[in-house]
Design a protein. Sequence first.
Length: 206
Amino acid sequence: MNFSSKLIENAVSAFATLPGIGKKSALRMVLHLLKESPADVERFAQAIQQMRSEIKFCKTCFNVSDTDSCGICSNTYRNQKQVCIVESIRDVMAIENTGQYNGVYHVLGGIISPIDGIGPDELTIDALVKRVNETGIEEVIMALNPTVEGDTTIFYISKQLKELPVRITSIARGVAFGGELEYVDEFTLARSLATRLPYENYLVNK
């Protein structure tokens, strides 16, 4: 792709680093911004910069937040005794969009994947175990992507929690094996949460 301006080329290259954005899509975005007023572009750039510099992670569940405690953890109307374990912030958003879950979350920040060099120490599993042990959580819902790595992570976490008086369940397999929660339709995801199984049954039914 040839550019008559190095500035345009640099902007296109920057946008093209975003997931799912190729050079052509990046060029459309850059040309769109070029048509906007300097004030609008400045507001756009400032919003991105402010988000990156001021965003926080909840000290309890590791979800993104504007403050030290996210709106879900600080909501007294949520069931604080029921925690849903997810891989990423996107999964929190996917489950929240169903409108069918009223507990709280714990974001692992990934899943165990030896091939990618990700072990338990790279995730927030220790913080989860401490949280369950200290706050009297009654149910842990495993809502990880139904993949080999997701199952490995569920198995590892269940072993860490086996000595604690907590019920461990897993979302039902309305979510196809190998799928990702963020791409599952809201009805299927809501049904999987509603028909979750005790973890022991989950192992038997695999």
